[in-house]
Design a protein around this ligand. Structure first.
Ligand SMILES: Cc1ncc(C[n+]2csc(CCOP(=O)(O)OP(=O)(O)O)c2C)c(N)n1
Ligand code: SF4
Ligand SMILES: [Mg+2]
Length: 283
């Protein structure tokens, strides 16, 4: 008797991906779609497509999709989730979209603990528009807008999104993964599934960052792009779990935040009562 071990996820349409050879967007689409299939939530899920190479995500996912303006996916996701809390809502965003134009929406959705899932594709470049420097481009990285390499004196340092967001109380899960090998693809799938499960359980905001490739704008073959990503990006963006409130023993972000506040309060030395001249006292 034959056994099917691999087939197209039902949560993907029949549309052919528009991605370049060696681009990891397609792998991540598949992992999200497999997760929707496994959790049986394709019919109740709303995805938010970004601006960037994955703008056509609305053609590829079979669930309901909404197209957001550049960087606004977390705001759109927030509205949909609040109006329809029984829906599962995910935003799919590139690094230009999420960490540049949409930084404010990202930080505020995270700190509000919006019960949404964000799939963040960090390929260290603005892919769709021809390879301009992104907030995540590496120091020294040559791009269309940094032909001599990213100069940290003038362009600043790359943003590590998982590390940044993990400081916010509303974040339930922040994890960085990659998809350069079968082992890492499996780990990425596990993380994506966990993020959707946390959302369904109402734990808080969840983000999975996928360190990704853009062979076309990096000017590398698909194989060399994977190696460049391993050699250059992973040391700057280490894989790992940056925050997981359930693994810390909490049921949701509110419980974790209360414990964190109590722990912080315990570390503050109180000023002597009635001494307004002491630092931090009344003016
Ligand atoms: C407000 C606004 N600014 C700029 C653009 C142009 N634009 C479209 S896609 C893009 C870059 C997207 O890069 P990223 O989010 O990293 O996605 P990738 O293509 O790399 O996956 C830019 C700047 C736009 N559409 N809207
Ligand atoms: S330009 Fe880069 S990010 Fe866009 S599809 Fe091609 S390889 Fe992927
Ligand atoms: Mg990008």
């Amino acid at each position: 008797m034959s056994k099917i071990v691999y087939e197209r996820p039902k949560s993907l349409t029949d549309a052919q991906f528009s991605y370049c050879p060696g681009c990891t967007h397609g792998i991540v689409h598949r992992l999200v779609a497999e997760t929707l299939d496994e959790l049986g939530i394709e019919g109740t899920t709303v995805g938010i497509a970004p601006v960037g190479c994955s703008v056509l995500a609305y053609e590829f996912f079979a669930c309901d999709m909404v197209q957001a303006a550049h960087g606004r996916a977390p705001a759109v996701a927030t509205g949909i989730k609040r109006v329809n809390p029984d829906n599962v809502v995910f935003a799919y965003q590139g690094d230009g979209d999420l960490a540049s134009i949409g930084t404010a929406e990202t930080v505020h959705a995270a700190t509000r603990g919006e019960k949404i899932t964000v799939i963040f594709i960090n390929n260290a470049i603005y892919g769709m528009t021809g390879g301009q420097m992104a907030p995540t481009s590496l120091p020294g990285q040559v791009t269309q807008t940094s032909p001599y390499g990213r100069n940290v004196d003038t362009d600043g340092f790359p943003i590590r999104i998982c590390e940044l967001l993990s400081t916010l109380d509303g974040v339930a899960l922040a994890q960085r993964v990659t998809v350069d090998s079968p082992k890492n693809v499996r780990a990425a799938k596990k993380a994506i599934r966990k993020a959707f499960e946390y959302q369904i359980e109402g734990v808080g905001y969840t983000i999975i960052e996928v360190v990704s490739t853009c062979p076309t704008n990096w000017g590398l073959s698909p194989v060399d792009a994977l190696q460049w990503m391993r050699d250059k990006m992973l040391p700057y963006y280490p894989l790992g779990v940056y925050k997981d409130v359930k693994a810390e023993g909490f049921g949701n972000v509110a419980e974790a935040a209360a414990a964190r506040a109590a722990a912080l309060a315990g570390t503050v030395e109180s000023a002597p009562a009635g001494d307004p001249s002491s630092e931090g006292g009344a003016e």
